[in-house]
Ligand binder design. Structure first.
Ligand code: CUA
Length: 172
């Protein structure tokens, strides 16, 4: 799919460039001779710019990060929010442990009302979040860079003990 999108982007960009060059070359013919030097300099820089753009486009398009983990199966964690706790379930029983440097998918839902699923790194920075909604599963993909204890807090006021919706898991 991503390859098709890439090819379409290249084709569309090529058409746009071709149209620009065509229009530019026609416009130059209509210019009176007095400004010939100015227009030649401008055309030179425009051509240089377009050539640079095309080269950069072709070199970088293959390196777009979106596809980097397309073939990697993520570690799945089922998340259920309820008044007022989080339930995290991995494939193995016991404490939830996920790998660093590989995609982790949180399948987030709620057993009662809307909650906000927020993941905080060991320094206390919010690094990812999604809604926990009853009857719906939000998929949140995260690649953890550094191992450590990560915390989960609720980001949406969901009742009297909202602030108690706290849990943690380990990235190793
Ligand atoms: Cu759950 Cu706030």
């Amino acid at each position: 799919m991503i390859v098709i999108v890439g090819v379409i982007a290249l084709v569309v960009a090529s058409i746009a460039i071709a149209v620009a060059i065509f229009v530019g070359s026609r416009a130059r013919k209509a210019v009176p001779n007095g400004n010939a030097v100015v227009y030649r300099v401008r055309a030179y820089y425009a051509t240089l710019l377009i050539a640079t753009f095309v080269v950069v486009l072709f070199v970088t398009l293959g390196h777009v990060p979106y596809n980097a983990y397309a073939d990697v199966k993520p570690t799945k964690i089922d998340v259920t929010g309820r008044m007022w706790s989080w339930e995290l379930k991995g494939s193995k029983p016991g404490a939830v442990v996920v790998p660093s440097g590989a995609p982790v998918e949180f399948d987030v839902t709620s057993a009662d009302v809307n909650h906000g699923f927020g993941i905080y790194d060991p320094q206390g920075h919010l690094i990812a979040q999604t809604q926990a909604m009853p009857g719906y599963t939000n998929k949140l993909r995260v690649i953890f860079e550094t191992p450590g204890k990560y915390h989960v807090l609720c980001l949406e006021y969901c009742g009297l003990v909202h602030q108690a919706m706290f849990t943690e898991f380990t990235v190793q």
